[in-house]
Design a binder for this molecule. Structure first.
Ligand SMILES: Cc1ncc(COP(=O)(O)O)c(C=O)c1O
Length: 381
């Protein structure tokens, strides 16, 4: 056998990849499992998006390699989207790089800016990919704790107790997954001041702004952001296009060029038809979000009911595609979700996969139909 590279010993198989095997085994044994685990939108993208990819297949250019920076019309669509929804002006030629989902951007950015041993600030709880990608590139992670009592915002004084001299990147993610905490302009200003003080590049990972959120915000709308911030965004949740793999990184052209240097050595462009579909999605009017959120709002009411039936507490002001719920005192997340999975055939995500600060919490996804949620409630009351 050939020995694997040392870096593989720094990560484990993704939690959902492992756990879904267990869930699928239950299903194969005839158990009617309701999956409230993963945040994969179950509704369709806008019809014009699907029409655009279908029509694109006959174009002469459809099957060729595509530009590393995407079609100009895609970057223009992304710039228009940022202007319309966040009031942020971006140069489509130099300040936007389309990505195949924002997840790959986490790797590209890390490869572009981190040497082995460099420090990275990562939220706890937070999206697990920040940690695993940092491990893969040999960076040293410095976890910063988020607390319900502080609205899940970073505590800068606590962070400054660490040695930050080798820290080059800080991952932030507002609206925050898994807690659903939304950002304020004040928070973004504080983050920018912190980044300037310590010479750190902040990346706001922003894929949830348009789900059950009345005030979408971009860190790039704050003065001074372009000097020290990048932002990732994605069409996955905004337009029900998770499987299409379309995202973007936006920011100062110098940063974008460094990321392009990595990315252009790793893939050979995004499929033409997907770009054509994405261009149509980005043109959607705000009615799209009204309709999308009317469905999620009804589902969330049902998930709240389910959470209550499980003796959990939750914040009704939280945003996003999930309900983050606190278990009764002394109940452990993983033991709890295993009991519910095996007794009630409902799969819920344990808070611990987002870090130690997720202990005592569970996360419900809103990517299940009302019928499934009604059924889930009936199984626990
Ligand atoms: C916080 C966060 N960032 C990034 C992603 C990746 O999204 P995508 O690669 O589909 O754009 C997810 C997906 O679940 C997420 O929750």
């Amino acid at each position: 056998m050939i020995e694997v590279a040392d870096r593989l010993n720094t990560v484990e198989e993704y939690y959902f990849s492992k756990k879904l095997r267990e869930v699928n085994l239950l299903i194969a044994n005839g158990k009617p499992v309701i999956n409230l685990g993963i945040g994969s939108p179950d509704m369709r993208p806008p019809q014009k998006v699907i029409d655009a990819i279908v029509e694109s297949l006959q174009d002469a250019n459809a099957h060729k390699y595509q530009s590393y920076q995407g079609l100009p019309a895609l970057r223009e669509g992304m710039a228009g989207f940022y202007k319309e929804h966040f009031n942020v002006s971006l140069n489509p030629n130099t300040e936007i790089l389309p990505l195949m989902g924002s997840k790959e951007g986490i790797m590209h950015i890390s490869m572009a800016f981190l040497n082995e041993g460099d420090g990275v600030l990562i939220p706890n709880p937070g999206y697990p990919t920040y940690q695993s990608v940092s491990n893969l590139v040999g960076a040293k992670t410095v976890l910063y704790e988020l607390d319900e009592a502080n609205h899940w915002f970073p505590d800068f004084k606590a962070i400054e107790k660490n040695d930050l001299s080798k820290v080059k990147l800080m991952w932030v993610n507002y609206p925050h997954m898994p807690t659903g905490a939304g950002a304020t302009d004040e928070l973004f200003k504080d983050l920018i001041a912190f980044a300037k003080k310590h010479n750190i590049l902040i990346i706001n990972d922003n894929p949830y702004s348009f789900v059950l959120n009345d005030s979408p915000k971009s860190i790039m709308s704050i003065a001074g952001a372009k000097e020290v911030c990048l932002e990732l965004n994605s069409l996955s949740k905004t337009f029900n296009m998770a499987g299409w793999r379309v995202g973007m990184v936006v920011g100062d052209s110098n940063y974008i060029n460094h990321i392009l240097k990595v990315k252009s050595n790793m893939d050979s462009g995004m499929f033409y038809g997907i770009q054509k579909g994405a261009i149509e999605a980005l043109k959607c009017s705000s009615m799209w979000f009204v309709t999308l959120n009317s469905v999620y709002r009804k589902r969330r009411e049902l998930v709240w009911k389910l959470a209550k039936a499980l003796n959990c507490k939750y914040d009704e002001n939280a945003t996003g595609l999930f309900v983050w719920a606190k278990l009764p005192p002394n109940v452990k997340s993983e033991a709890f979700i295993d009991t519910i999975l095996n007794n009630n055939y409902i799969f819920i995500t344990p808070g611990t996969i987002f870090g130690s600060k997720g202990e005592g919490y569970i996360r419900f996804s809103l990517c299940a139909s009302e019928e499934e949620l009604v059924e889930a409630i009936s199984r626990v009351i």
